[in-house]
Ligand binder design. Structure first.
Ligand SMILES: Nc1ncnc2c1ncn2[C@@H]1O[C@H](COP(=O)(O)OP(=O)(O)O)[C@@H](O)[C@H]1O
Ligand SMILES: [Mg+2]
Length: 588
């Protein structure tokens, strides 16, 4: 139990290292340069020792001041030369580290994104809006920090630590042992407080992320927040999320403060002990002044590098948490990628005793033993109360989910034999609520066929009855529509979606008709455009308007995941039943 979280953290770090090693042409030389600069940085205390130490011993007694001065000059020049060399090498290693680190991160980022794009819809249904992208960018931020700052820091401090230790042992092994005797105490303190601090910092991060989600959600749904005059409610909700964060953060601060106070005491306590002991040794001539000076100078370096380790270790631990989450994401099972990729659909769709449950709500059977068949070019309307499972049928056709039982067939072939790409690229959907991407109208229409020419786009807009309103916009096709197309009305957005579908030229058309009451003029324009779009294609239409339903070749009446009636409009109004009820109450 206790060692199981360790293992992944080691392999997670190795996993990130794998990304760095892809950049080894830049990364390894930078690493070498880092070693070099770290070793060179030990030259500083070394030369200082030479400057401070020597005159007071042998030289001071016998040799004249001119010689001492000359010696100092030489030492300083040597020191400057070494510092210059260090600066040049440091320039290249900083540049190299950043370049290889950012490039490794870019590879990681695009691997993550490519994987994200291949995850099944069910994965996204289970995520809270915004939580996923927030988490990914926060985790990537931590990894980035580590690659660009902590890794170089860790290497550098280790080299300084080891080199410094060698020098202080040469200067005086006795004093070194006294100093090192405090290390176990510090290590124990780090282990004790570190665990607490980490636990608090993790839950602090979590509660801050929670507070962030409040902002994210309200920004997205700002119209609702305002319409319900719930600004105060939301600001209280955010306030209490912040309070929870503050609470955890303050409790973490106590541990952190205790830890720091203890370390500072232990550090300076040890230094005092060492200097006291050193003074005694100096008095009894057990140590030379040069060695004592050298010991103190190198100790400062060793102490500083030791002091940086708790931070480095905690950063690595944070990173392994982040990389584990990122790996979990990469380990999430993607959609199937198998099946015939060249299949050309003729447009027949058949459901054979299909049952379906959403993975997030396994207890609710959303579709129950559903069977129907649509011939190529036919128009089928799905009607029925909200929640009956109509949209779910469309999403199963698109391969967004797998039936729990039964089969879905295209042209008599089982859906699983055909690749999802082949299936989806021969379908188009005009959804209930059209979300436009942030971009121009041209880009939004062009999404139906990314390689479309200007003429094709214009023609699609014309067929979708969209040209007129587009031309009235100040910048025409170049008008930028917001992330949610806020500048366009529902009917206009729908016609953009229709133009997009026309451009895609699908074999099978899926329409989840808007319930939003369009004004009669837009309804006429939208209907006309839809008629053109449906011409010569298999169309499966979720319909709320009698005008659409009436012309369907067949109507399937849904209730609670089952088809309760089917037939043409004329057949079904002729007899009592759910359809006639829907028509009489004007629900269709
Ligand atoms: N992503 C989802 N996760 C869980 N349950 C869902 C999901 N989408 C829809 N449902 C449920 O499935 C049932 C059918 O929904 P839906 O197919 O959207 O109905 P309709 O389009 O006929 O109104 C509803 O009870 C709905 O709550
Ligand atoms: Mg629906």
């Amino acid at each position: 139990m206790s060692d199981s979280p360790r293992k992944p953290s080691i392999s997670s770090n190795r996993w990130i290292l794998g990304y760095l090693m892809r950049e080894k042409a830049v990364f390894l030389p930078s690493l070498m340069a880092l070693f070099l600069t770290a070793i060179l940085s030990l030259a500083f205390p070394y030369f200082l020792k030479e400057l401070v130490g020597s005159p007071s011993d042998a030289l001071r007694r016998s040799i004249d001041p001119a010689l001492i001065l000359e010696r100092s000059n030489r030492i300083v020049l040597e020191l400057l030369a070494v510092l210059g060399l260090q600066a040049v090498v440091a320039f290249f290693r900083v540049q190299g580290f950043i370049r290889s680190g950012e490039s490794a991160l870019n590879n990681l980022r695009s691997d993550l994104y490519r994987h994200l794009l291949r995850l099944p819809m069910s994965y996204f249904h289970e995520q809270r809006a915004g939580a996923l992208s927030n988490r990914i960018s926060a985790d990537l931020g931590v990894v980035r920090d580590t690659l660009l700052n902590t890794v170089p820091q860790a290497v550098r401090q280790s080299v300084i630590l080891v080199g410094g230790l060698i020098f202080i042992f040469i200067s005086s092994w006795k004093l070194s042992l006294i100093m090192l005797s405090s290390v176990p105490v510090v290590v124990l303190a780090v282990a004790f407080f570190g665990r607490k601090v980490r636990a608090y910092s993790k839950s602090a991060q979590d509660s801050l992320a929670e507070a962030g989600t409040v902002i994210e959600e309200t920004v997205q749904g700002m119209a609702d927040v305002k319409a319900f005059a719930n600004e105060d409610f939301e600001s209280r909700r955010y306030g209490s999320a912040l309070e929870r964060f503050f609470d955890v953060a303050s409790r973490g601060a106590r541990s952190r403060a205790a830890f720091l106070a203890f370390i500072i005491f232990a550090l300076f306590g040890t230094i005092s002990m060492v200097i006291w002991q050193g003074a005694r040794m100096l008095a009894t001539e057990q140590i030379t002044w040069t060695n004592f000076a050298s010991f103190i100078l190198f100790s400062i370096f060793v102490g500083a590098s030791l002091g940086s380790f708790p931070e480095i270790v905690s950063q690595f631990q944070q990173t392994s948490g982040a990389t584990e989450r990122l790996r979990e994401l990469l380990d999430a099972k993607p959609e199937r990628a198998d099946g015939d990729d060249q299949a050309v659909l003729r447009g027949a769709v058949e459901f054979e005793q299909v049952s379906f449950r959403y993975p997030s709500r396994p207890e609710a059977r959303v579709l129950d033993d559903l069977s129907f068949a649509v011939q190529p070019g036919q128009r089928v309307a799905l009607v029925g109360p909200s929640g009956a499972g109509k949209s779910t049928v469309l999403s199963l056709i698109l391969g967004f989910g797998e039936p729990a039982a039964g089969r879905i067939l295209f042209d008599g072939r089982e859906a699983g034999e055909i690749s999802l790409r082949a299936i989806r690229s021969q379908m188009a959907i005009v959804p209930q609520e059209v979300l436009l991407f942030g971009g121009t109208i041209r880009e939004n229409v062009g999404y139906g066929k990314t390689a479309a020419t200007e003429d094709e786009i214009r023609e699609a807009c014309r067929l979708a009855n969209a040209t007129e309103f587009i031309e009235r916009l100040p910048e025409g096709m170049e008008t930028v529509v917001g992330p949610r197309g806020v500048k366009l009305s529902g009917g206009q957005r729908q016609r953009i979606a229709i133009a997009r579908a026309i451009l895609a030229n699908p074999r099978i058309l899926l329409l989840d008709e808007a319930t939003s009451a369009l004004d009669s003029e837009s309804e006429r324009l939208v209907n006309e455009a839809l008629e053109r779009l449906m011409q010569g294609r298999t169309s499966i239409v979720i319909a709320h308007r009698l005008s659409t339903v009436r012309h369907a070749d067949r109507i399937l009446v849904f209730n609670q995941g089952r088809i309760v009636e089917s037939g043409t409009h004329d057949e079904m109004v002729a007899q009592p039943g759910m359809y006639r009820l829907l028509v009489e109450t004007q629900l269709v």
